[in-house]
Design a protein around this ligand. Structure first.
Ligand code: ADP
Ligand code: MG
Length: 250
């Protein structure tokens, strides 16, 4: 589903990704750990083409999205193709990013209505079902400011699911939440993981990684330092940088 090869990304003189190779299979749940500033968000943004890579290539589901490779040359997709293909990827941000002037139901319905592939009635029915799936049937008509952080993030997850994405990206989905609201959001993500959704989750929630991840990736300084099944990486890390990080968060 995801195939990154030798991905480099610079902001001016700062090299943020220094040659990242990452493959994620269909149905796999990958948790990305790493200190602040290690390039985790940039990695996700690269996968979703919010950032263009300087070197290497990004291929999603064959080349659903990315730099196509022809011989040794890379062909950038046109903006229109990127926008269209981005609809196959759901992105959940740390700060929810809901539209403040739209209700929960309208937030979930917005993208499918813009895509204009279904009737208003069909979109509405689907949005009602998605809000039920994240446990918010009673909040259809609430505006974001009337919802708790956990509820807002659950709306954001329902919204990310609205176009039936092939891949879901989560960037620290619980970092902005009060501690007592973290569990309700993680439960929704766990539920999605169990249904076989392919996902990459950047999080500091080690318990979640242990329970849900097929694989844990540890990033530091713009590279993947170490990766493996949660039991190996979390309990028997081989790299000193992984050990140092885990000793701080565990
Ligand atoms: P993480 O998510 O692991 O905390 P980020 O990917 O957000 O790390 O950032 C990695 C580094 O890149 C940081 O030093 C950050 O300041 C820098 N950075 C991220 N985005 C930009 C940008 N748009 N312009 C300049 N520097 C950036
Ligand atoms: Mg980040």
């Amino acid at each position: 589903m995801v195939d990154l090869r030798g991905v480099h990304k610079r902001f001016g003189t700062l090299e943020v990704l220094k040659g990242v190779d990452l493959r994620v299979d269909t149905g796999e749940v990958v948790v990305v750990l790493g200190p602040s500033g290690s390039g985790k968000s940039t990695l996700l943004r690269t996968i979703n083409h919010l950032e263009k890579v300087d070197q290497g290539y990004v291929s999603i589901d064959g080349d659903l999205l990315g730099y196509r490779r022809a011989g040794n040359r890379l062909h950038e997709l046109k903006e229109r193709e990127i926008l269209k293909q981005r609809t196959h990827i759901g992105f959940v941000f740390q700060n929810f990013n809901l539209f403040p002037h739209l209700t929960a139901l309208e937030n979930v319905a917005e993208a499918p209505l813009s895509a204009q592939r279904r009737t208003k009635a069909e979109v509405r029915t689907a949005a009602v079902r998605l809000l039920a799936r994240v446990g918010l049937s009673d909040k259809e008509d609430a505006y974001p400011r009337q919802l708790s952080g956990g509820q807002q993030q659950r709306v954001a997850i329902a919204r990310a699911l609205a176009l039936h994405p092939k891949l879901l990206l989560f960037d620290e989905p619980t970092s902005a939440l009060d501690p007592e609201l973290v569990g309700e959001v993680l439960d929704v993500i766990k539920d999605l993981a169990r249904t076989g959704t392919t996902m990459i989750v950047v999080t500091h929630e080690i318990g979640f990684a242990r329970e849900v991840a097929d694989r844990v990736v540890f990033m530091d300084g713009g590279v993947i330092v170490e990766q493996g099944p949660p039991g190996d990486l979390l309990d028997r890390p081989t790299h000193p940088r992984t050990r140092a990080f885990l000793s701080k968060v565990l």
